[in-house]
Design a protein around this ligand. Structure first.
Ligand SMILES: C[S@@+](CC[C@H](N)C(=O)[O-])C[C@H]1O[C@@H](n2cnc3c(N)ncnc32)[C@H](O)[C@@H]1O
Ligand code: SF4
Ligand code: SF4
Ligand code: SF4
Length: 425
């Protein structure tokens, strides 16, 4: 079986906030009225079945809606089941993505002790964050999030920040980046808010045309070269990983959408966070297992829709990096952000290539030093922020810049198949 991770929604789309742009709040309507909470039976079953699949590391991602609505006790039970069913299965990792507003000392103690990695959503300083991230009564949530961030710090919980780039903050890259720097946040993730209404028009809160490319270029120019060894930015790490190892670390840059399963509170399994809809329900974890889910024709077809079918993509020099973008951003086949990606890659690729070459040289020098007689092996060293933590096989200059991919060339997604039999189908 191919490796995969889990994104679990124990409280479904239930949340104490009402962010203007939230794509998951409306999902509550799929599951009927009232509170949606995962039962111990679903929790135990998904844990047992996941940990029975051999994999180098089992990653549980807890998300929502707001996963802290479940209370600390739910996660204590999750860890209990992980110990019961995972005693011999190798490393287990837990991450939790939260709005941060409900964190208190009990949470801090638990998250630190159970070694959860916590993602906390912050869209910038209060004047930007509070435009979109609101309580039900319209109050901004920034002050509560800062309290939650304080809890994580006080208890030394590993954390990173997720910033949604929307109409509210699209013109404020410097303000956002410098603010996160002042907060001491060295692990950052920027994601794009691309949303269309039922009439096919861009939602007013979503990114305006051209703003995503501009935002990323500005962040890159603030980051490079000063902060490359200090600040990790998830998209940039993925680009470096692609250049260094051939494999990206984010799904939008891969050639196939079969990377993880979403498990809803009632055990329903879906292929992607953005695709929790009845027609993509793959089954229920109470009555099926992951091997059967992976073998489904519906799942295979789902994975392959990532292939960029557009002639413009096939001829694009950035295809091996962009891979036609995340299908949720596509509008009429081509990504709504196509021009933005081209602007961003055009502006940065030379410097990414330089950085990849420098990192590769450093890692080779370290490997050579470690092999000298008497050298102390450098195991357990944290990967340099900004660098890939994956295996390093040397940079692949030109991977992005060669001629357009030929039908008989190896597929840039790294599958080992010919392009025409894989992403170029
Ligand atoms: C759905 S929330 C769930 C976890 C938690 N409630 C939180 O806000 O971090 C996960 C992430 O999705 C982001 N998000 C919300 N609406 C989005 C949208 N329309 N497009 C992309 N990301 C979105 C949020 O900003 C948040 O960082
Ligand atoms: S806190 Fe998270 S789940 Fe809640 S409304 Fe905001 S983005 Fe959506
Ligand atoms: S649709 Fe987008 S977010 Fe979902 S798996 Fe595919 S690339 Fe990833
Ligand atoms: S930048 Fe545009 S043309 Fe190039 S691969 Fe991405 S979406 Fe396709």
């Amino acid at each position: 079986m191919a490796n995969f991770s889990l994104l679990i929604k124990p409280a479904s789309g239930d949340c104490n906030l009402r962010c203007r742009y939230c794509f998951y709040l409306p999902k509550r309507e799929l599951f009927g009225p009232g509170a949606h909470r995962m039962s111990a039976e679903v929790l135990e079953t998904l844990t047992r079945k996941f940990l029975s699949v051999p994999m180098p590391v089992h990653t549980f991602g807890w998300q929502g809606g707001e996963p802290t609505l479940m209370g600390v006790e739910f996660y204590q039970q999750a860890v209990f089941f992980q110990r019961r069913y995972g005693a011999t299965c190798g490393p287990i990792a837990n991450s939790l993505q939260t709005n941060g507003t409900l964190l208190d000392a009990a949470w801090g103690r638990f998250l630190a002790q159970a070694q959860f990695l916590v993602g906390i959503s912050i869209d910038g300083p209060a004047e930007l964050h509070d435009i979109s991230r609101l309580h039900g009564d319209g109050r901004g949530s920034h002050a509560d999030v800062m309290r939650g961030l304080g809890v994580l710090r006080e208890h030394r919980v590993e954390h990173n920040v997720l910033t949604l780039v929307s109409h509210a903050n699209e013109d404020h890259a410097e303000t956002v980046y410098n603010y996160l720097g002042e907060l001491g946040v060295n692990y950052q993730q920027y994601i794009e808010c691309v949303e269309f209404g039922p009439d096919g028009q861009r939602q007013p809160f979503a990114l305006s045309p051209g703003k995503w490319g501009e935002f990323l270029c500005r962040i890159f120019d603030l980051w490079y070269p000063r902060d490359t060894r200090r600040v990790s930015i998830r998209l940039f790490d993925s680009i470096l990983s692609r250049l260094l190892t051939g494999a990206p670390t984010i799904c939008a840059m891969s050639g196939d959408c079969r990377n993880y399963f979403v498990i809803e509170h009632n055990g329903g399994v879906y292929p992607c966070d953005f695709q929790v809809r009845p027609e993509l329900l793959l089954g229920n974890i109470l009555t099926t297992d992951f091997s059967a889910l992976q073998q489904q024709e519906k799942y295979r077809c789902w994975g392959q829709q990532k292939n960029p079918h557009q002639a413009k993509c096939a001829a694009c020099r950035f295809l091996p990096l962009c891979m036609g973008d995340c299908p949720k951003n596509r509008h009429g086949g081509l990504s709504y952000l196509c021009e933005d990606w081209q602007v961003f890659y055009q502006h940065t690729i030379g410097r990414f290539e330089e950085l990849a070459a420098a990192l590769s040289a450093e890692q080779q020098a370290m490997a050579a030093a470690a092999q000298k007689p008497g050298a102390v092996p450098r195991t357990g060293q944290a990967a340099a922020p900004g660098a890939t933590s994956g295996a390093v096989a040397g940079p692949q200059p030109g991977a992005y810049s060669g001629p357009p991919v030929g039908r008989n060339d190896p597929c840039p997604c790294g599958s080992g198949k010919k392009y025409k039999k894989c992403c170029g189908k």
